[in-house]
Design a binder for this molecule. Structure first.
Ligand code: FDP
Length: 338
């Protein structure tokens, strides 16, 4: 079969009425920026891109040089594109307006330029996550409040994982599709259409070092998985934890599994570890469009009304039946308490 390039795929989606001309171009611009990030990431130590940037981001976390470079690449590429009213990045406190010298469009772009930063220096997969929203009608200078739309309103969501291969996973709310970067040709090529995540799984991902800080229903759920064949689940489970959300989600997109970043006593006051607008919402749309589920352990993530651009939430996502069991344990424990 003849390979289908990303641009061909986007044109087909436009003909099918799934996206408009502006969104077609916007995705092409984001994909082009991600190719540049892939080049920078691949150079590693010889590109002078490893190590600390010596700055902190809005979350007070130390920034790596590649965090800063990736953020700049995405901002620059998208400023002149003409499809955006504004951008918001996990690395910046406030939304970035489009400079006056460029035309403006009707879309809002949110991104985590380089997710999994603690894995950059050790040559383990990292990635970019993005989400596209419509700019509310009549708003010419969008502020943070205009980005605070529930995940169900996302027009597009995607991630690029910079691993042994550079892979883009994309959804417009009509299935989840995967593109692999053909380095010789320089373009993303469709590698899987309409991905389906198996409903059942025997593989889970969680940072086990936080176990003693988890809430009781999380302790119960993971305890039962660890008990394996001899426990109430009567089945052995395997564990995988890359600690780059993009890589962990990509494994789930490829062979099923569940990923958890639950509430724990250390992060309770912050609301969770992962960011709703830059990580949880785009990943939840991608996962749901592939037949999986995504909750906070209590509610469907995509239905949350955001309260802040950098809001954090607990994340349970992946194979439907396991997300349901873990969510059920939390709701049951809440019910017993009330
Ligand atoms: P990182 O802080 O390295 O950018 O988004 C945050 C994230 O990585 C996720 O990619 C990853 O799943 C998680 O944090 C890792 O957290 P731990 O520090 O608990 O391992």
């Amino acid at each position: 079969m003849k390979p289908i390039s990303l641009i061909q795929f986007l044109i087909e989606e436009r003909r099918a009425g799934h996206i408009n001309a502006e969104l077609t171009l916007l995705i092409e611009v984001v994909a082009r920026a991600c190719k540049r990030i892939a080049v920078a990431t691949n150079k590693g130590a010889i590109g002078g891109v490893l190590g600390e940037a010596g700055t902190g981001n809005i979350q007070g976390e130390a920034q790596k040089k590649l965090d800063v470079i990736s953020n700049e690449i995405l901002l620059e590429a998208n400023a002149w594109g003409g499809q955006l009213a504004a951008c918001a990045s996990e690395e910046m406190e406030d939304p970035q307006p489009i400079p006056d010298m460029y035309p403006k469009g009707n879309h809002l772009l949110l991104f985590d330029p380089l997710d999994g930063s603690s894995n950059i220096d050790v040559n383990i997969s990292v990635g970019t996550i993005f989400s596209v929203l419509r700019c509310p009608d009549g708003i010419t200078e969008p502020k943070a409040e205009h980005f605070l739309q529930p995940g169900t309103t996302q027009l597009a969501a995607g991630y690029v994982v910079y691993g042994p291969a550079t892979v883009l996973v994309l959804t417009f709310g009509y299935g989840t599709h995967e593109f692999t970067l053909d380095r010789e040709v320089g373009s993303f090529t469709l590698s899987r259409r309409d991905i389906r995540i198996p409903e059942d799984t025997a593989e889970f991902a969680i940072n086990m070092s936080n176990q003693r800080h988890w809430e009781p229903p999380m302790q119960r759920y993971i305890g039962e998985l660890l008990a394996g064949k001899d426990g109430p689940r009567s089945k052995d489970f395997n564990m995988r934890w890359v600690a780059s959300m993009v890589a962990d989600v990509h494994r789930i997109i490829t062979r099923g599994g569940v990923f958890f970043y639950p509430l724990d006593a250390k992060i309770k006051s912050k609301g969770g570890k992962l960011r709703l607008m830059y990580e949880a919402n785009p990943m939840s749309l991608i996962i749901e469009q592939a037949g999986g589920a995504a909750t906070t352990g209590r509610e469907r993530i995509l239905e949350l009304q955001p309260t802040g651009l950098h809001q954090r939430v607990p994340v349970f996502l992946g194979s439907k039946k396991e997300v349901e069991v873990a969510t059920h344990y939390h709701l049951e424990a809440d019910g017993a308490r009330n």
